[in-house]
Design a protein around this ligand. Structure first.
Ligand SMILES: C[S@@+](CC[C@H](N)C(=O)[O-])C[C@H]1O[C@@H](n2cnc3c(N)ncnc32)[C@H](O)[C@@H]1O
Length: 242
């Protein structure tokens, strides 16, 4: 594969890929070689007759755990030592996936991503192969594949040449620690609702100021956590703090 940015996904369900990554923006970029995707079956690294990849949890409890030896062999078989690539494990207890992590990953050569299943993954392979755990939110999916797709999709749209107009990535939600301002398009009137006059005024400075103010109001009201975390912003004491 010659694409400069490559995602290697280790999964028990390689047939799930490219899935949604094969259509629209990401799909077109995949077809034109702006990035590459390799989905590898963890089960290919199983060594027994039944191709088993999981076993019961040490200490008891429900469910099954992905085996360290099988997963380590799958990682070793996929990892190209000449490429300095982050090794990620999709995991609900991981570091939250944010736009800044996405930007960092998009700027590299592309990650190797392990998709967990069952109750999770044997801790020893996480430690031994230095897997960085990444979460896409505080809820539990049945497997890491959808989480991996979300991560890859967010990275791919930032790769050079993928978005029609590079500027559209710079103005979006989270780009400056702010949510995006409201967008409008034709028709001029929809069910009695117009477009804010300033947006049709042709005054670019006023439009920019209006958008900035809207973005700030939205962020302050919907995501006080983001608002407080903006550089130079002092966290204000909540009235419910007592
Ligand atoms: C059923 S979950 C395991 C949940 C685990 N027993 C726990 O309580 O944290 C199976 C796999 O789905 C993936 N997964 C589930 N929720 C996720 C999330 N919020 N972010 C990223 N990956 C997730 C992980 O790869 C995980 O190993």
């Amino acid at each position: 594969m010659t694409a400069p940015w490559r995602a290697t996904v280790l999964t028990l369900f390689p047939e799930m890929f490219p899935g949604p990554l094969g259509v629209s923006l990401a799909g077109k970029a995949l077809t034109s070689g702006l990035w590459a995707l390799e989905a590898r079956d963890i089960r290919d690294s199983a060594t027994d007759r039944h191709r088993s990849v999981d076993d019961t949890p040490a200490g008891g409890g429900p469910g099954m755990v992905l085996r360290a030896d099988v997963l380590a062999a799958a990682i070793d078989a996929a990892d190209d030592a000449s490429r300095d690539r982050p090794r990620l494990l999709m995991s609900p207890r991981g570091r939250p996936l944010t736009q800044s992590l996405v930007t960092e990953l998009a700027a590299g050569r592309g990650p190797l991503i392990v998709c967990g299943r069952f109750e999770g993954v044997d801790q020893r392979v996480i430690d031994a192969r230095n897997l960085q755990e990444v979460s896409i939110g505080d809820y539990v999916l049945s497997g890491g594949e959808i989480a991996a797709m979300a991560l890859v999709d967010a990275c791919v749209r930032l790769l050079p040449g993928v978005m029609g107009k590079q500027a559209s990535g710079e103005d979006e939600s989270f780009s400056e620690g702010l949510l995006e301002y409201p967008q409008f398009t034709r028709p001029q009137e929809f069910e009695g609702r117009g477009i804010p006059e300033i947006l049709t005024s042709g005054d670019h400075a006023k439009v920019a100021a209006w958008r900035r103010a809207e973005a700030e109001t939205l962020t302050r009201t919907r995501r006080p956590d983001l608002w407080a975390a903006r550089p130079g912003q002092k966290a204000t004491k909540s009235t419910t703090d007592g």
